[in-house]
Design a protein around this ligand. Structure first.
Ligand code: ADP
Length: 197
């Protein structure tokens, strides 16, 4: 059973690495951003509720986000572990997740902090904006998302640091190199993967 969280600023590559690491360790990658985007494209009630928030780069209210994650973590495929990408994103959500996991007698095994210099993440985001055309990848919205990351998300690392579960990984390099660094850090914690890198 491997329960992971990947944290990093916008453009750090956490989504890409998250999917890859989840595969290596045989657990589902659970991305709140992906779930919200799917809800918006499917035009569900949730999608209508969060569309304008995501387009502005603001955070969806904690109660809404935590409910979505609790539902997802309650599905059968997450019983044997999971990798969370993009949740929790502030200390309020950390408290929600703690409460939920404690109720199941579970806890996070490791928090992967992907560290990337600001110039590098902005360059990657600009490229992604051109390639994918995500509606929240405009210059103004990117600046808002990065500011929220610094103000609200970075502090959660202090909380997990105090628990001794943070692995800070250099996020500059090839996708393979970065994945290998993450795998090495997780294996050093005694976590075992189910596939080969
Ligand atoms: P990024 O990390 O590049 O901002 P994500 O795909 O993780 O992209 O998230 C996209 C958007 O979805 C966020 O800007 C926010 O509006 C919403 N969102 C995702 N995760 C959360 C969360 N844990 N709490 C609140 N809002 C969230």
């Amino acid at each position: 059973m491997t329960r992971l969280l990947i944290v990093g600023p916008q453009g750090s590559g956490k989504g890409t690495q998250g999917v890859r690491i989840a595969e290596e360790f045989g657990v589902p990658a659970i991305s709140t951003g992906d779930m919200f985007r799917a809800a918006v494209s499917g035009d569900s009630e949730l999608g209508q509720q969060v569309k304008s928030i995501i387009e502005a780069g603001d955070l969806v209210p904690d109660e809404v986000t935590s409910a979505v994650v609790r539902d997802r973590l309650s599905q059968a495929d997450a019983a044997g572990g999971f990798l969370l990408d993009g949740y929790p994103r502030n200390v309020g959500q950390v408290a929600h997740l703690d409460e939920f996991l404690e109720g199941r007698d579970e806890a996070l095994d490791a928090v992967i902090e992907l560290s990337v210099p600001r110039e590098e993440s902005i360059a990657r985001l600009t490229l992604r904006a051109q390639e994918q055309g995500r509606t929240d990848d405009t210059e103004e919205v990117i600046a808002n998302r990065l500011a929220i990351y610094e103000r609200e998300t970075a502090p959660i690392l202090g909380v997990y640091h105090a628990r001794g579960i943070v692995d800070k990984i250099d996020g500059v390099g090839s996708l393979d190199e970065i994945a290998a660094r993450i795998v090495a850090a997780l294996e050093a914690r005694g976590l075992t993967r189910t596939a080969g890198v």
